[in-house]
Structure formats: C-alpha cells, structure tokens
Design a binder for this molecule. Sequence first.
Ligand code: GDP
Length: 365
Amino acid sequence: RAAAAQDARSPDRLRSPIVCILGHVDTGKTKILDKIRKTNVQDGEAGGITQQIGATFFPLDAVKRETSKLALGRALEHNIPALLIIDTPGHESFTNLRSRGSSLCDIAILVVDIMHGLEPQTMESIELLKQRKTPFIVALNKVDRLYDWKAKPMTPVIEALPAQKRHVQDEFKRRLAETKVAFAELGFNSEVYWENDDVRGQVSLVPTSAISGEGIPDLLYLLVSLTQNLMRDRLMWTTHVECTVLEVKMIEGLGTTIDVILTGGTLKEGDTIVVCGLDGAIVTTVRALLTPHPMKEMRVKGQFLRHGSIEAAQGIKISADGLDRAVAGTQLLITEDGGSEEELDLLRDEVMKDFATILTAVDKS
Ligand code: GDP
C-alpha cells in the first residue's frame, strides 16, 4: 500500500497545510483565530472563508487579498489551495492531531505575549513542537500594549511599526531583544520575519495585535510562503487516505458522530472505515459526510451539508453506526481492496496500535 501511495503523489498538486495554534494561556490564541476568521468580513467581502468541522478553511485567494497589502505578498504563487486552520487552540488539539506518532499539524503558530515573554506553557508548547518536529512561527502578540502604540487596524506590521513614535519603537526593540535571548537559551535562533534570511535555521517572529489586527496579514503571508516553499514534499496531494479522529460527539438526530481531519485522499459515502474503539476496532460504513452549512451557526439544527465525497485537506463530520466507543486522537483507515477479512484484520490491528499511546479519552459531551 505504501508503494501505491507513493505512485499516486503528485508534485503538481499540493493539499492545504494544517495550521495549529499553541501558547501560554491568555496570550491571545483565541483572539488571533477570531481575527483571522473575520479578516475578510471586515473588508466587506465574503472571501470564501468557511467554517469547517474543527477548522477554518482559508482559501489562498483570501490570503492573497490580505497580503497584497504587503509588497511581499505579490510573490505568492497559487501552489497550495488554502490554509486549514485548526479552531481549537492549545496542547490538547495539537496532541490529538497526529498519525503514527508524528503530527498532522504542518506548521504551528506559537503565541507569545510581548509584554510577558516566554511563560511556563510556552515552554511546554515548544517541547511538544520539538517532539513532533513541527516547524513553527511566533506571533509576538499584544504589540498594541506597548506604551503609546497608535493603532493601524489590519495593517502589515512592517508598516505599522515604523509609523510609531521613537520611544514605542525603542520599547519594541528592547522587548524583542529579551525574547530573542529567551529563545536562544532554549536553543533556538530567532529573528523578526522581515530580517530572517535563514527560514530553515531561524524561527520567524511576527509582531501582532489580535485586537487591532496589525501583523495579521504578515502572519498569513508567512504561513503560506513557508509551507509552499519548504514543505512541498510533505504537502503533495496523495490518493492514499490519511485521516485522524479529532473528536467523538453526540449529535441530536445523528447519534454518535466523529469529527475528523482528512489530510490525504478522498472519503466517500458508503466507504468502509476502521477506527480505534475503547473495546476494540470498529468497522462501519460511512452513512454521511457532513460539513457545516455555510452562513449558519453551528448550533442551529439541520445545520449540516451532505457530500457524496470530500477531498483532502478538510475537516469533516462522519455519521455512521457503532461509533459510541470511538477514541479521539487516532487514525481512521478505509478498506481499499473490497474489505476482505484479511484486509480488515490488518486494518483493525493498525488502528488499535494507536490506542496504547492515547492520552485523551472519549469525549462524550
Ligand atoms: P488565549 O487564552 O491564549 O486563547 O487568550 P485569549 O485570546 O482568550 O485572550 C486573552 C485576553 O487577552 C483577552 O482578554 C483578550 O481580549 C486579550 N488579548 C488578546 N490578544 C490581545 C492583543 O493583541 N492586544 C491586547 N491588548 N489584548 C489582547
């Protein structure tokens, strides 16, 4: 199967990178995600940004519109279709997004409060990122808290910063220098992104304000340019299904469903899937592939759109029988040659291998 998967990979087609957000509590992770989601709404355009299951789908066109404010943004090519940004910030969702011990997250945003520097959970986040070998960029958030900062809403920070008074720039430089020393003590060279000429060897720092939006265009630009330039191999679209269970959820009218992130291949209604269960592997048939109805609140009933098939990378809700005891944070496999007993046994064994390493139990909420 591995050989077949190799054959099916194509350098001409990349999938959307998966972006996670980590960092100490109260650094502004949720606010940054909100700001990213509202980016184009504020510009008065629909922008095609859609809420998915567990993630926000941010099409490259929308990124380009935002980053065209940056001279740099003009260099962006249409290589990846979108950014898929995971909606739940923090350690747990990052830990759940994995497959065979490595992370499904392609790149992370590590949020640091510029007024506080590196804090205990920043260290924990860095440890996790190191373990999973996940590249990351740093949002140096809350620049608007620098004394006397003059807000320049949704402006690239490379313009907003030089427009500040001398003493504001001086305070920024001082705090930046402190942050760089703190990162150096952890073994990371770091540099503000516009001065970073070694993106593989040095962590890029992006000053941001999640309140007024300075630096948000820069953050989007950097996510796109780094993923499409440095991760082509990893992001090659493959016909081989790669899928991770993010959450197990009871939904009125649907029963127990699983929310998954599909990072490779295509899922279809009627597929036979194999997932890890508390009492052993679950073999079941996809009854429906669902995504939120655009324009509708997630809470509203009958809110889901049904799809005959969905291609990676996407966040999807799967409705199927027998999912009550499914386990989050494990991979989902599909039968590829008709579901013979031999094949099913192999798949059962494979999904249950994940079980031993699971930290997160079933979310029955
Ligand atoms: P999280 O715990 O990392 O998700 O942090 P939140 O996004 O919930 O933000 C924590 C607090 O910091 C909230 O009161 C936010 O309004 C505030 N906050 C977040 N980002 C910024 C920012 O860029 N500037 C300022 N001044 N406050 C912020």
